[in-house]
Ligand binder design. Structure first.
Ligand SMILES: Cc1cc2nc3c(=O)[nH]c(=O)nc-3n(C[C@H](O)[C@H](O)[C@H](O)COP(=O)(O)OP(=O)(O)OC[C@H]3O[C@@H](n4cnc5c(N)ncnc54)[C@H](O)[C@@H]3O)c2cc1C
Length: 413
């Protein structure tokens, strides 16, 4: 099989990239080792996070660091044996999280974040996926007056970004989400984001649109990629596929392909879990609710109320560890009345993260015809469509809608 462009990885990033290349006239084959939308893109919290204009940085507050050092927190947990391996990456992350570094990351990410909702809308409507997307934002809830006051202050500090949000007192919070525990003293309702009630289903819907428009999806192993007679070649269940150009969009698994090609890009994994819970009779969760202190989200999904956890630093292949989920579940039950667990075991996902909090989008410097699109960290669902557009514009010689320099692959050399 011959095609112009081979996109490796059918998560939200690869599927969106394939659609944008196709829209610009490329004949595209999309390859994954499983059906689309079953990697990290399956299990996230479903936030199209237009309000996260400041990237998720390494904490620099000493008291917070000391608390994390005890490894008893619900929002961040680490495996002791993993720490020595992660130390170099964590140091880089800490350095990039300085006020100057974070300001640079914020500037770099803003053009992407600003377009995230509109880019999803442009795909969701023709894909017929509108029913999976809700337009009423998400809620940050507090059961502590001091934390609520700090959050209001922090939100005021974001004035230059012109985000739309409402400050809700106790009564307004309970009017918005009647099921919330009476301890909740208030919250912030972020209005710009949209939310998705089945992120994996949305990714599959986009993949179906790609196929309806004439694209081909094949099962195969991206690690078989090699160069042959000036073309890129990969083995698939439908035989060998040759292409003039290839895109690596393998999310957390991208290093398995770019490292043997000689690239030293510091991509690390922040693991995270989810579990679904039944709604108790007479209760209905209307919006995703973030407990910023506990570091988890409760999101209404087609499969039940999904609790997603914060960060776990552990080896990518370590067995799943329920400690963090149990800690979050205990806190969540004090926020909202959850019924029984619905999944036999927790889902484990891996956020693909770069220490400067920006993804890698652009050409592979040493391999003509090879392109990268990975490392979208905490916001890959948010950024998939907009980053798909950016890479497609770069590959087809169109003027990119924003300067792609901050995302170049050689920035760590
Ligand atoms: C708990 C949790 C909550 C999150 N919440 C949010 C949120 O609310 N909003 C948000 O924007 N983001 C969120 N994220 C982050 C988001 O889910 C990821 O950034 C995003 O899914 C990454 O997409 P991707 O396409 O790069 O990777 P993936 O979805 O992992 O796709 C990579 C694909 O590559 C395929 N692949 C890998 N290796 C091979 C191979 N050798 N051959 C063939 N195929 C291969 C995989 O099968 C997979 O389909 C969350 C993440 C976690 C873990």
């Amino acid at each position: 099989m011959h095609c112009q462009t081979l996109v490796l990885g059918a998560g939200i990033v690869g599927v969106s990239t394939a659609l944008h290349l196709q829209a610009r006239g490329r004949n595209v084959v999309l390859l994954d080792r499983q059906a689309p939308g079953n990697g990290t893109s399956h299990g996230n919290a479903g936030l199209i996070e237009r309000a996260s204009v400041i990237p998720y940085s390494f904490p620099r507050d000493i008291s917070k660091l000391l608390r994390y050092g005890l490894n008893q927190q619900s929002d961040v947990r680490y495996s002791l044996k993993h720490l020595p391996k992660a130390a170099g990456w964590l140091l880089q992350y800490w350095q990039h999280s300085s006020p100057k570094g974070l300001a640079a990351a914020t500037r770099a990410m803003l053009p992407l974040v600003q377009r995230c909702v509109v880019e999803h809308d442009e795909l969701a409507t023709p894909a017929g996926m509108g029913a999976l997307i809700q337009g009423d934002g998400w809620v940050e809830a507090f059961n502590d007056e001091a934390a609520f006051a700090k959050a209001r202050h922090d939100a005021e500090g974001l004035a230059e970004y012109q985000l739309n949000y409402r400050v809700l007192d106790r009564q307004q919070m309970h009017a918005l989400e009647p099921g919330l525990h009476s301890d909740i003293v208030g919250g912030l309702h972020w209005l710009d984001p949209k939310t998705v009630s089945d992120p994996g289903g949305l990714t599959r819907g986009y993949a179906e649109l790609f196929q309806q428009r004439g694209g081909t999806f094949v099962l195969g192993d991206a690690l078989s990629l090699c160069q042959h007679n000036g073309q890129w070649q990969v083995d698939s269940e439908q035989g060998v596929i040759c292409a003039e150009e290839a895109v690596i969009a393998l999310g957390p698994q991208a290093p398995a392909l770019f490292e043997p090609l000689g690239y030293r890009i510091p991509l690390a994994i922040k693991r995270g879990y989810h579990m679904h819970y039944a709604a108790l009779p007479g209760t209905h969760l209307h919006h995703p609710v973030l407990d910023p202190i506990g570091g988890y989200v409760l999101a209404p999904m087609v499969g039940g109320i999904r609790l997603t956890t914060g960060i776990e630093f552990a080896d990518s292949d370590d067995p799943l560890n329920e400690i963090q989920l149990r800690r979050c579940e205990a806190l969540a039950r004090r926020f909202y009345p959850l019924g029984e667990r619905l999944d036999a075991e927790p889902w484990l996902g891996r956020r693909p993260c770069l220490p400067d909090m920006c993804p890698v989008i652009g050409p592979a410097p040493e391999h003509p015809g090879l392109w990268f699109n990975f490392g979208h960290a905490h916001h890959g669902l948010t950024l998939g469509p907009v980053c798909g557009r950016l890479l497609a514009e770069m590959m087809t010689g169109a003027t990119p809608f924003t300067d792609p320099t901050p995302y170049r692959a050689d920035r760590f050399q």
